[in-house]
Ligand binder design. Structure first.
Ligand code: HEC
Length: 158
């Protein structure tokens, strides 16, 4: 084999190995992320909807969420018209009942474009307080006191 040919062959092998490493890393990342998502979705809410938790949740909501989701949680925040996707409507009791606490927590944690992730902006406890708080938007409308939202407000199958 001519030296030039040999050189290009080893370059090709090196490129192949590099590509393989990238595939393994990406796949590994995707799999770990996926299992984290699945685990998060099934989490039970460790923060009961006490008046303190709701008050703190409200404060975080006003600071981070209200501009898109609106002061009433109906998705009509001041920024909403400029978004590519409409923010969810938390006053829709039927829709909210279908989502487990872990799912809401997951959406808040990882976001879903154009909604940003809040993993690094709001701590774990705060994110659960947000779950408790955003559930009150639908609850108030159906005239049930927020305190009636138990620590496990996941949808019942019965
Ligand atoms: C930049 C605007 C923006 C901000 C800020 C924002 N969201 Fe959202 N949010 C959205 C949009 C848009 C969606 C819908 C995403 C989709 O359907 O793909 C959404 C969806 C959600 C959902 C899923 C609900 C559903 O209807 O299925 C939850 C829960 C949620 N947001 C909670 C929050 C909380 C809590 C905060 C504050 C910590 C927050 N969001 C901040 C824009 C925003």
């Amino acid at each position: 084999m001519a030296p030039a040919q040999k050189k290009s062959k080893s370059a090709a092998i090196a490129a192949l190995i590099a590509a393989l490493i990238i595939v393994i890393v990406v796949l590994g990342y995707a799999l770990t992320r996926w299992s984290t998502i699945e685990k998060t979705r099934k989490l039970k809410n460790p923060v009961p909807a006490t008046p303190t938790a709701l008050a703190e949740g409200k404060q975080i909501y006003q600071q981070h969420c209200q501009r898109c989701h609106g002061p009433k949680g109906d998705g009509h925040g001041e920024k909403a018209p400029s978004l590519s996707v409409a923010p969810g409507d938390f006053t829709d009791a039927t829709k909210m009942r279908r989502q487990a606490d872990g799912e809401l927590y997951w959406q808040i944690t990882y976001g879903r474009l154009p909604m940003p992730a809040f993993k690094d902006k709001v701590d774990e406890n705060g994110r659960w307080e947000l779950v408790d708080y955003i559930r009150t938007f639908a609850v108030t409308r159906s005239h049930v006191k927020p305190a009636a939202v138990s620590k496990n407000s996941a949808p019942s199958t019965k």
